[in-house]
Design a protein around this ligand. Structure first.
Ligand SMILES: Cc1cc2nc3c(=O)[nH]c(=O)nc-3n(C[C@H](O)[C@H](O)[C@H](O)COP(=O)(O)OP(=O)(O)OC[C@H]3O[C@@H](n4cnc5c(N)ncnc54)[C@H](O)[C@@H]3O)c2cc1C
Length: 497
């Protein structure tokens, strides 16, 4: 992603070397994304249908959370938004007044994204007819190994020189102690002005060479392992990811065109690796296509993601579990901020400090959103869930919940990745109940309120009815052609933090 974007933006003004080791391979489990990925693809001017065809991609309208609030309960975090603002106040205030009046408690009945998820439909559309209602807001599921291969070919096409080989050593430069060069197993020495460390959990340059340090956030987010396995599809792909809370964590289900990706993210204090693997295997839709692959991680963040002349991206910069599919986004966001702060003649410390502040803030905002899912639960049926109810709460999460409970208000801090609609759905879905609503929602008469809510729900249902099925849309526009996909890179068996 970094090589592709830098080559696209700077062209021949930069000489970019990409060093990868097929022997080490990539982690290869990131398969679900969030809508800003479309901005990244647009920056590269990728053809969306071609990209989906070559990565076995499907469309993602949101995430369904099953058993998170309590066993048997399910809700959606979809990427669009429910209803439309009325009288200058966001929809949730009108909805909350309607709910108190007995006019329905299904927030998602007013959302086209949700209706399309529930009916397995998809199309590209910006708005519902001539109304103010949102059309479909989407991201993708794709095979991360194929995406990596696709972008590698793209970058090479723009002049990036890719070298296959393992970095075995490095030299530090005089003065600030930044990296002067890296040495490959072949003996080749490669120097550079700026090094982008995308070496995964090991943090080859940022940690092993520069000893930057890592902040461990396991106290907030206790999951520390995952096991992943692909299985055969037994039905058309759902246009959403499913996250099902389990005994000591949660299971993901991500539908691609050629298979379904599955995994169980868990905390090793509360379930054994063997039990986690068997719970995962028992939950599969179709036949497993490989042996379960174990992964280990430590949730947290590198103390400085840009240190001296090394910028860490991806797993080398830190890791927040994939509950809201934010890791690939963090790579994208790191790349776009690097483009914003890209050095000219020399690296300026003021740029580095600002870059680090922005990335820190983004990690912290995502952490608060993830903790919400775990902490705000009614579940007390296993030791893990009882532990989660007592997790420490990041201050920004406490503020968000207190404000919503008091008055139904949601305030989106500057540059918060998650929108008001995201916070609304997950707070409401997890059972946070506001005590009041904005007084402007009382302006409508009871009859006006009832007809507004029923009109919105009817328009949404009618629009969803007319959409093609997700499977038909893919077949007509972006079905993968066997043999035409980018060559996948190898994946390695076990990753240690
Ligand atoms: C369980 C799990 C589930 C996930 N699910 C999602 C998800 O749904 N959505 C999402 O957005 N993200 C997800 N992620 C995160 C996502 O997988 C990663 O962010 C993404 O794959 C990028 O990884 P990376 O490039 O940072 O590291 P890696 O894939 O580990 O790549 C490291 C690269 O560095 C190279 N390398 C390492 N050491 C050397 C060396 N010595 N010499 C030469 N080359 C070297 C390797 O060859 C490789 O190319 C998930 C992660 C995990 C662990």
């Amino acid at each position: 992603m970094a090589a592709a974007a830098l080559a696209k933006v700077f062209g021949s003004r930069l000489t970019i070397r990409l060093i990868e080791s097929d022997e080490i391979g990539i982690v290869g489990v990131g398969e679900a994304t969030i809508p800003p990925i479309r901005d990244f693809n647009a920056l590269l001017a990728l053809d969306e249908n071609d990209f989906l065809r070559r990565t076995q991609g499907t469309f993602k309208l949101g995430i369904e959370f099953v058993d998170w609030r309590r066993l048997g309960h399910r809700y959606l975090h979809e990427f669009g938004s429910a209803g439309v603002p009325l009288g200058g106040v966001p929809f949730q205030h009108t909805f909350l007044r309607g709910k108190a009046a007995g006019l329905g408690d299904d927030l998602w009945a007013a959302s086209l994204n949700a209706a399309a998820c529930r009916t397995g439909k998809f199309a590209r559309m910006d708005q519902v007819g001539q109304t103010r209602l949102h059309g479909l807001v989407y991201a993708f599921h794709f095979d991360a190994s194929l995406y990596a291969g696709y972008l590698r070919a793209f970058a090479e096409g723009l002049g990036v020189r890719r070298t296959e080989g393992r970095i075995v050593d490095w030299t530090l430069r005089d003065g600030d102690g930044g990296i002067a060069s890296v040495r490959l197993e072949s003996g080749e020495e490669i120097g550079g002005d700026l090094f982008i460390d995308c070496s995964g959990f090991r943090g080859l340059l940022i940690e092993q060479a520069l000893k930057t340090g890592y902040d461990d956030w396991s106290a907030y987010l206790p999951a520390n392992r995952a096991v992943a396995v692909p299985c055969a599809s037994v039905e058309g792909p759902t246009p959403f990811t499913r996250s099902t809370a389990d005994k000591a964590g949660w299971r993901w289900r991500i539908p691609l065109q050629h298979r379904v990706g599955n995994g169980y993210v868990y905390c090793s204090e509360f379930v054994s690796d063997d039990e986690a693997a068997s719970r995962l295997l028992e939950s599969l839709d179709g036949e497993a296509q490989a042996d379960p692959r174990p992964l280990r991680f430590t949730t947290g963040k590198r103390r400085k993601v840009w240190n001296k002349n090394v910028v860490a991206l991806g797993l080398a910069s830190g890791f927040l579990e994939p509950l809201e599919s934010t890791s690939i986004h963090l790579i994208q966001s790191g790349v776009s901020r690097l483009l914003q702060f890209f050095p000219n003649q020399r690296i300026e410390q003021a740029d580095v400090d600002q870059y680090n502040r922005l990335i820190d803030r983004e990690f912290e905002q995502i952490r608060a959103f993830l903790v919400l899912h775990y902490k705000q639960t009614e579940r007390d049926d296993t030791p893990f869930w009882r532990h989660c109810r007592n997790l420490p709460s990041p201050p920004e999460l406490d503020r968000k919940i207190a404000l919503f409970e008091a008055s139904g208000r949601i305030y989106r801090e500057q540059e918060d990745l998650f929108t008001e609609s995201s916070w609304l759905q997950v707070m409401y879905g997890q059972g946070v109940e506001p005590r009041d609503w904005h007084p402007a929602a009382d302006k409508l008469t009871d009859a006006q309120l009832a007809s507004f809510l029923s009109d919105v729900r009817r328009l949404v249902a009618q629009a969803a009815e007319k959409l093609p099925s997700h499977a038909d849309f893919i077949a007509a526009n972006c079905a993968a052609v066997p043999g035409e996909t980018a060559k996948p890179q190898s994946v390695r068996p076990i990753v240690h933090a």
